[in-house]
Ligand binder design. Structure first.
Ligand SMILES: NC(=O)c1ccc[n+]([C@@H]2O[C@H](COP(=O)([O-])OP(=O)(O)OC[C@H]3O[C@@H](n4cnc5c(N)ncnc54)[C@H](O)[C@@H]3O)[C@@H](O)[C@H]2O)c1
Length: 367
């Protein structure tokens, strides 16, 4: 069987800097664990615009559809702010998400013990936190028609439409149940079935899909209460599944329970390909951070943990993903800190590449 394939699109700003550290880790898994990837690289965002006049070429798009997983750094930056909307760097990322039909966005919120004091919540509320929010990404109110701003009765009206078909709900629910099976077998679905018909259908369809997963304990919560519970007692949750709008809000709330933007990975998954693997794009939550780009200050952990998600969800290498996550945990416990993770003045910060090297050393020590 041929080696699994990865397309790396490092992008702009700190994207190439954090991706350089991921490449060290990919090499380590190839050399030391026999987990060899066929790695291709391409351009996205401003970098693609500079070279080709578009934020993503058709050829790169075709490569993204052909590989087993795409790993993306970040796109955008002030140099591209004045470009026409149609060729802005973000359009490259949006095209990838749309054409790969990545309908399930996975945002883990995990609190590493060494960073528990970074949270705005008390240590005892967040220590040990490990939840996964699955947000529907390609439908709902951000896409529903009709939409627009129009005149009615002598005044302007803004309109957006929340619309979900049962198949759209079922496929994201199924993705969430599959995740729950790999985790703690607990799933909480969030909507507003008390005031929205789309919420009533959402709840019905989640219950129908649940019949195929009798081992998973299912609960339902109104999304407003969900937001409250996430800051009151977040550890009550394991997997949360919700729609596009509520997921946008709730995943940001959950992410910030854990501290720095430089720590947050994500995955966006689509339907299974012919080889059974889901179409998949893995990327850090953060952007291209132009304020620190080129200075060796970027924290590569969000991108490294995104690769750990790829190991787990695209390559069935959950044990190796765990090894990588534990290596990150060890390095943090040892006090290695990029500037974004420092609290006290006078500590010596680690550079982006020193953080990557420390994680590789911790991987080596894990053998
Ligand atoms: N998915 C993406 O590629 C994506 C996401 C968000 C923003 N953007 C783009 O990135 C550019 C900058 O946007 P922004 O400043 O609003 O968001 P940002 O995430 O790039 O940066 C926000 C703040 O967090 C810091 N930060 C971000 N990642 C970090 C890391 N890994 N290590 C240490 N510090 C980190 C930055 O220095 C900055 O102070 C814009 O062009 C925006 O459109 C891209």
């Amino acid at each position: 069987m041929s080696n699994p394939s990865l397309l790396i699109l490092a992008g702009d700003g700190i994207g190439p800097e954090v991706m350089a550290e991921v490449k060290k880790i990919i090499d380590w898994f190839g050399d030391r664990r026999g987990l060899v990837f066929e790695v291709e690289e391409g351009l996205v965002g401003g970098a693609a615009h500079d070279a080709h006049g578009v934020p993503l070429t058709d050829e790169t798009m075709a490569r993204a559809q052909a590989v087993d997983a795409v790993l993306l750094g970040a796109v955008g930056g002030p140099a591209y702010d004045d470009l026409d909307f149609s060729v802005k760097p973000e359009r490259g990322l949006l095209r990838l998400r749309k054409e790969m039909d990545l309908f399930a966005n996975l945002r883990p919120a995990q609190c590493f013990d060494a960073l528990a004091d970074f949270s705005s919540l008390k240590r005892e509320v967040v220590a040990g936190l490990d939840i996964m929010i699955v947000r529907e990404l390609t439908s709902g109110i951000y896409f529903g028609e009709p939409r627009g701003i129009f005149e009615e009765g002598g005044e302007r009206v803004g309109l957006n439409t929340q619309r979900y078909t049962e198949s759209e709900i079922a496929r994201v629910a199924r993705a969430a149940f599959e995740l729950a099976m790999k985790r703690d077998k607990r799933l909480c679905s969030m909507e507003k079935a008390n005031v929205m018909e789309s919420g009533i259908l959402w709840r019905e369809v989640v219950n129908e899909v649940a019949a195929d997963y009798p081992e998973v304990e299912v609960s339902h919560m109104y999304a407003d209460n969900g937001g409250m519970q996430l800051v009151r007692a977040p550890r009550q949750f394991d997997v949360i599944v919700t729609d596009n709008l509520f997921g946008d809000l709730l995943s940001d709330v959950a992410a910030m329970l854990t501290g720095s933007l430089g720590m947050l990975p994500s995955a966006s998954l689509g339907a299974p390909m012919a080889n059974g693997r889901p179409r998949a794009l893995y990327e850090p939550v953060h952007g291209s951070a132009p304020d620190i780009a080129g200075q060796g200050k970027a924290n590569p952990i969000a991108c490294i943990l995104s690769f750990a998600m790829a190991l787990r969800y695209s390559f069935d290498a959950g044990a190796e993903a765990g090894r990588l996550e534990r290596a990150v945990e060890k390095v943090l416990a040892d006090g290695v800190r990029t500037p974004d993770l420092m609290q006290a003045e006078g500590e010596a910060p680690a550079s982006t590449s020193e953080m990557g090297d420390a994680i590789v050393a911790a991987l080596e020590a894990s053998l």
